[in-house]
Design a protein around this ligand. Sequence first.
Ligand SMILES: *Cc1c(COP(=O)(O)O)cnc(C)c1O
Length: 441
Amino acid sequence: MDFQDAVLTGQAADGGLVLPERIPSVGDKLDSWKHLSFVELAVEIVRLFATDIVDEDLESIISGAFASFDHPDTVPMVEQGSLRIMELFHGPTLAFKDVALQVLGGLFKHVLGKRNAKLNILGATSGDTGSAAIASVRGRENINIFIMFPDGKTSRLQELQMTTVLDSNVHCLAIEGDFDDCQRIMKSIFNDLDFKNQYALGAVNSVNWARVMVQVVYYAYAALQTNEPVSISVPTGNFGNICAGYIARRMGFPIHRLILATNENDILARFFSTGVYRRGSVHQTLSPSMDIQVASNFERYVYYLFEEDSQKLKIFMKTFADNESVEIKDYGKLNDCFVATRVDTSETLSTISNIHSKYGYVIDPHTAVGVAAALRVNIDTPIVSLATAHPSKFPESVKRAIGQLPINHPRLEQLNDLEERKVTLPADEMTIRRYLESNSI
Ligand SMILES: *Cc1c(COP(=O)(O)O)cnc(C)c1O
């Protein structure tokens, strides 16, 4: 399939994920790209993948997407003592997911316009994807969006960021279950190809290749800002963000190690230390956007671990689906990229508190998981920690850590006064299908 098909299809027809046939290599371009702005670099990187969209259109999609960011550097790098933090939260919903989703919204509009087509987006969110996806397509013609979230398990603000968007193309579905239920229902519906085609279903979750592709840009940008290789610390749930770091490294950007930081939902941290990928039960933590046990993007990494052997990958995925556990023998020898570690609630709180008392800088609990990991690991390159959400999105946790509320963000403050709209539904696939059938365009 070409790139535009990949944008619309989300998950591949056989239930697997889409990846480019070849990862472009950028080794000879690094010097000339060092001085590009974030937006310029984004155009250069995206055009290597989106080969069926002309440069002029790409430039307008990308600059349009980042015009909604409220910082002139789009993803500013801030230094606090020896800490380097890249703030990815300057988009409309104040989390890193805006970076890719603002572009994806523009891509949808472009591709649907060219094809005179319609799209019904179905998504599942543990908190931040939903609002970022809604912000990227609200009010757009020819697109309806249906977002499932675990009822009562996202933060109140995260929920309000979704349910206060009253555009008629937006449907917020509060599901009586946890995030893995939402993700399971979504996967199962996407796997029914007749249904998917009949209702022109599209995906905004990080199963959509375009999201991973856009995220490559900030890893590249971080790596190009220093004159030596950097390591990057990433608070991780679904492996979507850090998967982009892995792709960036394969492309030849000077990235030494990727530090994979999980909260108590540590399936990935356990895998990287033992080679065993085994599902555990979901814990609610202070970093709800990482309260995930089955990491949907992990499959993309395993494909490269298996030297691009889809058949082997298929067996791996099937074994996991059947047994909730699967092992890669001698994994330790294959891995020269990831350093994984788990950060628990008390360390998350103490990290927020320590960074605040040392530097007067406030981080959110997700970012804190990544920063704690960066402070703990023993790596002799500079480390950039990705700040994935603005602290005011998680005021209760920040208050618990530092005894005071973070500086409020005006965009969040007004949410409490707005009207809300949502539909509460059981975690039952048939019910969700019926809802889609009667509300799709
Ligand atoms: C989604 C999210 C994460 C986890 O990202 P993955 O791509 O699922 O690994 C971390 N922090 C915040 C604030 C998020 O919204």
